[in-house]
Design a protein around this ligand. Structure first.
Ligand code: HEM
Length: 229
């Protein structure tokens, strides 16, 4: 049985939407209560704004996480272009707010230097890819805009993969009791960023660049023949 092309295109944004909503519903609520004791990461008692920075980060971060997959649904984009533009602006503002607060939160993270460096690089890449995506759509280059947004959302999605790695690691920790939590956290943060970046690049090459290159390759002999003739 052959799967229709539209269903094949829809499965990955649908899968991302379900996991994004699930992780946002699990991770964000502790920062809506206003009580630092609800935080899932240790709060530095000497830094008055630490919990607030996590709240200001988690709320727009969760919003961007949920909006993202719907922006990749080609049918929705074609049918509701205005909705795509409005949601895109909300996504952009959310990433900007979440990034600013993440810089503060990273500075006071009790996860150690390696975790802090990973988060700083993640913020830089998050903002850079966002700016490139915005610039390309302002120039009317929708194909490049899509490529930069795949890169950008892959970074947003690190919030999902980080938590999946952490939960898996915590389950493994029950068997390998010597595994310190700090090392598990550190490895999960780095893996969440690196694996997502590699998967995004693979996706961009396989789905976007390779088909075009093949098309051009097929067209080239014909045009060469025309020139020769
Ligand atoms: C992709 C760029 C992101 C960066 C650079 C980033 C950075 C950070 C940093 C530095 C912390 C503090 C961690 C610590 O103290 O060790 C944090 C925590 C948190 N982040 Fe992000 N984050 C990003 C994306 C997101 C997204 C998209 C969400 C959406 C749910 C999110 C939700 C949270 C939550 C809820 C926390 C509190 C910790 C927890 O309860 O798990 N982050 N983030």
């Amino acid at each position: 049985m052959t799967v229709p092309k539209t269903s094949r295109r829809l499965w990955w944004p649908a899968l991302m939407a379900v996991s994004a909503i699930g992780i946002a519903a699990y991770a964000v609520p502790p920062y809506l209560t206003g009580n630092p004791a609800d935080s899932n990461v240790p709060i530095d008692p000497d830094v008055a704004l630490h919990y607030l920075s996590l709240a200001v980060h988690a709320l727009p971060g969760g919003l961007a996480l949920i909006i993202g997959p719907f922006q990749f649904m080609a049918r929705l984009r074609a049918r509701r272009p205005r909705l795509h533009r409005v949601a895109g602006r909300i996504y952009m503002i959310s990433v900007l707010l979440a990034s600013g607060a993440a810089l503060f939160a990273a500075t006071f993270s009790l996860g150690g230097l390696s975790v802090q460096v990973a988060f700083y690089l993640l913020v830089a890449a998050w903002l850079y890819t966002l700016v490139r995506a915005y610039q390309s759509i302002r120039r009317g280059d929708a194909r490049l805009h899509r490529i930069w947004m795949i890169r950008n959302y892959a970074l947003t999605f690190a919030a999902v993969t980080l938590r999946l790695y952490l939960v898996t690691g915590l389950m493994l920790k029950q068997s390998f009791t010597s595994l310190p939590f700090d090392e598990l956290y550190n490895a999960s943060v780095w893996a969440s960023v690196l694996v997502n970046v590699v998967v995004a690049e693979y996706f961009i090459i396989q789905r976007t660049l390779a088909p075009r290159a093949r098309q051009r390759g097929q067209a080239a002999p014909a045009s060469t023949a025309a020139v020769a003739g």
